[in-house]
Ligand binder design. Structure first.
Ligand code: DX5
Ligand code: ZN
Length: 216
């Protein structure tokens, strides 16, 4: 099944709860939550207090994308504030297995993420240990960028590895995905689709429905 994960980075933060309910009612199953620390990426977004607070207004699956340096330092905090799935960047830590184990120990789903400069092969040693691979389709750090087509080739490579190993790993894509290019991502082998500006700009419910129609 294909899943849409709207990224709240593009939401109107003064109406966050309302907008989350709107994407949920329109049929989105995941909510993508981008945490940026100003070190791993230049920007700072938001952290645990915001996540705990929106946890109270929705039961949607919280797909937390940690763009933070040494994510292993904060796994417990993100699990405690309501993350169901925790994605961290391979580029951000020297202890990938430790971070994976910590997330598992807390009973959350685990995702490993690769930025555009990281080859698909980098995820191979960890594939059996994780639930998801998140392939960034833009440089992490900002919403509203254009999809880098070469990143979809990496999605194909990851899907081939997953199939070859007989796994059922989810493959998520994030960055520059719109209704008019989502098919390319699905064809490449992604099954979880992040969309920020393409969902939260203008009419949210209509945007979600348009995505879901293309993703059936
Ligand atoms: C970028 C973030 C994305 C971002 C996507 O670093 O990880 O999740 O919100 O935004 P769009 O869909 O606008 O490219
Ligand atoms: Zn993201």
């Amino acid at each position: 099944m294909n899943i849409l994960s709207p990224s709240i980075l593009a939401a109107d933060f003064s109406r966050l709860g309302e907008q989350i309910k709107e994407v949920e009612h329109a049929g989105a199953k995941y909510l993508h939550i981008d945490v940026m620390d100003g070190v791993f990426v230049p920007d700072i977004s938001f952290g645990m207090p915001v996540i705990s607070s929106i946890r109270k207004c929705s039961d949607i699956v919280f797909d937390v994308h940690l763009m933070i340096d040494r994510p292993e330092r904060y796994i417990k905090e993100f699990a405690d504030c309501g993350a169901n799935l925790i994605n961290f960047h391979l580029e951000a830590t020297e202890d990938v297995v430790g971070a994976i184990q910590r997330i598992r120990f807390l009973g959350r789903k685990v995702g490993i993420t690769i930025s555009p400069q990281t080859p698909a092969k980098a995820v191979e040693p960890y594939l059996k240990l994780v639930d998801m691979v998140l392939v960034m389709t833009v440089k992490p750090g900002f919403g509203g960028q254009k999809l880098i087509p070469e990143c979809l080739d990496k999605v194909r490579e990851v899907r081939a590895m997953v199939l070859e190993k007989g796994l059922r790993t989810d493959i998520e894509v994030d960055g520059g995905i719109r209704v008019d290019n989502v098919n390319q991502a699905l064809e490449a082998g992604a099954n979880v689709i992040v969309a920020g500006s393409a969902v939260f700009k203008n009419r949210i419910s209509d945007n979600v429905r348009a995505f879901l129609e293309k993703m059936q």
